[in-house]
Write a protein that binds this ligand. Structure first.
Ligand code: SF4
Length: 351
């Protein structure tokens, strides 16, 4: 079982961001963390989670480093007996709010992995994206965390903006790889509805070449390209768990959970969530929908798809792709050697 906790607060709103995050509700932090704690207690019981059964925890957002470590304490106290002894516990952080105090507090609670929202090492690009930090702050934050003993550090980069070229992306990745990180998530800029970038679509400059630069540089370093946007010496087990279609608890406003055939959605607005943290919209997933999800997720990653999940017609189409070298078959799974073609291949298999 995986567990995701959503923190819906941010210092400022980035121009590309469509995540459930708010810059004007900091006064809700305490009440919000109490509500999340209440939902956690409820889910653990309602989903019959046993001791040691939670393999990974991911605190995402929003910006988890906008909430004092002390406010996470009751949450972690309740969670402790349910965590596997080797559980991977990750918190996202932004360079401007990942202070020494915050990092030390989260480390004391059991966070062993920090994922920094860096996005770029160029100040002009950070400005274009509307980020709240500058490149030097990002470098300092990563180095600070490493000096404090965090051995599992990751950072996020965005590419395919109007300021990117393959040469600039190469410099960004080289800068990232020179830092004490063991993981990198690189996302192509997308233009989302309702964001400031929606009125400036020219900021996006799609580029497969840039994606290939990132892949080549990380793989040359001996890292695994284990999902379309993720590269690492050690994969993030939490993310891998999503692609393996493991069940997950979703705690917080705008979080999503899936246990067996039910996907659930707590209230999205923090105020509503604080009032009713146990409220959930529930979606029942049928077999066909789950198979499609497994196929899309599996082919975007090294997980692949188990052959026995597919019907005869799908397997025949897979075998055609295997004959053409576009799909591999290994240990009872079809695997995709080129994640950038994942969606096309999944649609072909579905017929
Ligand atoms: S820090 Fe992250 S969640 Fe917050 S506004 Fe920026 S992109 Fe969105």
């Amino acid at each position: 079982m995986l567990l995701y906790l959503h923190i819906p607060f941010c210092d400022s709103k980035c121009h590309y961001c469509a995540f459930n995050s708010y810059v004007d509700r900091f006064e809700l932090r305490e009440a919000y963390m109490k509500a999340a704690h209440r939902q956690l207690r409820h889910e653990l019981e309602a989903c019959n989670v046993g001791r040691g059964e939670i393999a990974t925890v991911f605190i995402g957002g929003g910006t988890p480093s906008t909430v004092d470590a002390a406010l996470y304490e009751p949450f972690f106290d309740t969670l402790a007996p349910y965590l596997d002894q080797n559980a991977e516990v990750t918190a996202e952080a932004n360079p401007n709010s990942a202070t020494k105090e915050w990092l030390a507090g989260m480390k004391g609670l059991g966070v062993g992995r920090v994922s920094f929202g860096v996005q770029s090492f160029f100040d002009d690009k950070l400005k274009l994206l509307g980020r709240a930090h500058r490149a030097k702050e990002a470098v300092d934050a990563v180095e600070r965390a490493a000096a404090m003993g965090f051995s599992r550090l990751s950072l996020d980069l965005i590419y395919a903006t109007m300021l990117d070229t393959p040469e600039r992306v190469e410099k960004e990745v080289a800068r990232a790889l020179a830092l004490p990180v063991e993981h990198l998530s690189a996302y192509e800029l997308t233009i989302e509805e309702g964001t400031p970038f929606q009125t400036r679509p020219e900021v996006r400059k799609e580029s497969v070449e840039q994606a290939r630069v990132i892949e080549t540089m990380t793989v040359d370093k001996g890292w695994r390209h284990y999902e379309i946007s993720n590269f690492g010496r050690t994969p993030c087990r939490h993310n891998l768990g999503y692609w393996e279609y493991r069940p997950y608890l979703g705690i917080g406003s705008g979080a999503v959970g899936r246990v067996e055939t039910k996907r659930y959605y707590p209230h999205r607005l923090p105020e509503r969530y604080i009032e009713e943290p146990l409220h959930k919209e529930v979606e029942e997933l049928d077999e066909e929908a789950m198979l499609q999800e497994r196929l899309f997720l599996g082919l975007r990653s090294e997980v692949g798809v188990e052959t026995f999940l597919l019907d005869d017609a799908m397997r025949r189409r897979c075998d055609l792709l295997v004959a053409e070298g576009k799909l591999l078959i290994e240990k009872g799974r079809y695997r995709n050697p080129d994640f950038l073609l994942a969606d096309e291949i999944a649609l072909f298999i579905l017929g």
